[in-house]
Design a binder for this molecule. Sequence first.
Ligand code: LLP
Length: 454
Amino acid sequence: MSNSESQASINDTVTVQTEQGLYIDPAALTAHFSALEYHDEALYIEGASVDELAQHYDTPCYVYSKQAILDVYQAYSDSFAALEHQICYAVKANSNLAVLGVLAKAGAGFDIVSRGELMRVLAAGGEASKVVFSGVGKTRGDIEFALNQGIACFNVESVAELTLINEVAQQLDKLAPISLRVNPDVDAKTHPYISTGLKDNKFGIAHELALEVYTQAASLAHIDIIGIDCHIGSQLTEVEPFVAALDKVIELIQGLSAKGIELQHVDLGGGLGVRYIDESPVSIEEFAQALLPKLTELGLTVFFEPGRSVVANAGVLLTGVKVLKPTQHKNFAIVDAAMNDLIRPALYQAEMAVIPSKLPSRGIDTEGTQPWDIVGAICETGDFLAKDRLLTLATDDILAITGAGAYGFVMSSNYNSRPRAAEVMVAGEQHQLIRKRETIEDLYANETLWQNED
Ligand code: LLP
């Protein structure tokens, strides 16, 4: 690259946008992530060298820092220490048993959306009594299982669900603890696919109908009203929408109180955003400072359901460069991870950083630095992990996609008959395989040939 400085518009210390593409300064980026650091120009996650991990476990491979997960959990817990609170980690963000186990041991509760997630929580040593059950489509079987396990609360999303829960609880001769998930009609100002608190979204019970549905709930013999819940979206970088949602919820709590319905807890969902490249989300401490005065006045126990913010920046996806394919119009680096491993760029136009495992000669002005599209080997034009990134690449280089700890592995698939990646956890210099790479045979182990006579 030549003349990069004169063409560049520097938006912060981490990125430089040029006409050819986006340069991300790897060392400046990793300074924002507690688990990642370059030592002697080699990338480490905690005390483990990324190159050594890639060699040991092969690529593509997800790697998570245990400490980074615990640090965020602790930051939530400390920031709300003045209140009775329960942090219910949203299992959907990363449901590996090791991740759940580490959080369970630290005292976390869990937000689940399926029986499968509840079984994972229990298998990881989590307590059912700290589990809240969200989701718009709970089945009779889900409800029965959750009631038998003794979960803390069902976050009810419709009148039909309320009726079903009451019916199942009656059959089991139990009382079902519930919150209504209210939809406060607040704009979360995030990607439309991950915004959930608007009237147009399928989630929750409309704010205007909430009091009526609570009254209905109060008349059901096997329903125990214990709380109120809302979740307005994901990857929120500002605190205002949370405050606006809380205001609407407080209004409802007062309305309920006037009707003689007293609650024990308020659940504000998840949604706090993270820095992927150069976003500047509010910190957990700032988030708490903005909410604490109103929450303290309420005097109820507070639940949160954070997912992304707990695990995103604890994780990286390691991938190897397999084929370099410069063309007249674009340079493609074909890597061994693909959209089946990490679908966020394809599905949400998510921009995630791609940084090299070794630093020397990888600066923006290095000879050989070029704009690359980092793509997978899948037969889809949408199969890209990043576009127009200024990098110096060679075949067999190891790259780390950062911010991949949340909604990474959990959203992966076997498209193109690709085995899902291995997952590894690192603590200090120790590392452990926490999910072995699938084999190709695993992919069709549950399939059978057509056996009838033709
Ligand atoms: N609670 C409920 C009811 C939720 O629906 C969600 C996320 C959470 C908590 C956790 O939100 P978080 O703290 O992670 O923002 N796959 C998308 C994100 C989907 C979020 C769905 N609901 C992505 O990769 O961006």
